[in-house]
Design a protein around this ligand. Structure first.
Ligand SMILES: Cc1cc2nc3c(=O)[nH]c(=O)nc-3n(C[C@H](O)[C@H](O)[C@H](O)COP(=O)(O)O)c2cc1C
Length: 209
């Protein structure tokens, strides 16, 4: 069912329960599956990618490129949607904006492999996500796609690779949403504790703080 109702983020009980204080945007960001089909204002989209633009990158290479498709325009959107795994298509098909991040696998300046390009795209997406949260928008990223399909459908040239797909939009009304999507969107959120990943002096030794 198409949803055009925008739901304010605060109506979802998904705010992160953090162990230490963090910026409210970090607490409020999450990845919904129930999107409103209401189009996203172009100005807001530009703000998202402006945030991505100002992310740091190895040697300042800025290896991020993004391809967007708009539901209300059709063709490009269908190409992106067709490259997703069906489990992702099931919810992503309602989002008004779909896209892919794409990276150049070598440094632009010297042609050598850029092992940090994927890291830098992740940083750019990270800043984009917080800007989206600030503007009341949600972003749901996807690794579940067929690279060969997006390469072909979106004519990605040699030397470039699709990194992740994403859906952007406002959250949709839970009323009438598919039960399995509702269950996902209402599920509790959790994270590994810092003691499991924050080490001190050597790998595996928890920092006692
Ligand atoms: C690189 C990346 C790939 C992801 N791939 C998928 C995906 O294919 N399908 C999906 O439903 N969610 C996907 N997710 C969303 C994650 O499952 C989600 O971010 C994670 O469960 C944490 O939930 P939160 O974002 O709501 O905090 C992906 C997230 C990232 C960052």
């Amino acid at each position: 069912m198409e949803q055009s109702v925008k739901i304010p983020r605060k109506e979802y009980p998904k705010v992160a329960q953090t162990e230490y204080p963090v910026n409210p945007l970090i607490k409020e960001r999450w990845s919904p599956c129930i999107f409103s089909s209401e189009p996203v204002e172009k100005e807001k989209l530009h703000s998202l990618f402006e945030a991505a633009r100002w992310a740091p990158s190895s040697f300042g290479e800025q290896p991020w490129n993004f391809i967007l498709g708009f539901k209300d325009e059709g063709e490009g959107y269908k190409k992106i949607l067709s490259a997703l795994w069906s489990a992702n298509q099931a919810w992503a098909k309602h989002a008004p904006v779909l896209g892919f991040s794409v990276t150049e696998v070598t440094f632009h300046k010297n042609g050598k492999p850029n092992a940090h390009a994927w890291h830098d795209i992740g940083l750019a997406m990270g800043t984009l996500l917080l800007q989206a949260t600030e503007l009341g928008l949600s972003v749901h990223q996807m690794a579940g796609f067929y690279p060969h399909k997006v390469i072909e459908a979106c004519q990605i040239p040699d030397g470039w690779e699709p990194v992740a797909a994403f859906a952007i939009g406002y959250m949709g009304d839970r009323e009438g949403a598919a039960p399995e999507l509702l269950a996902r969107d209402e599920s509790a959120r959790g994270r590994r504790p810092q003691s499991e990943f924050l080490f001190w002096n050597e790998f595996g030794k928890s920092w006692p703080g």
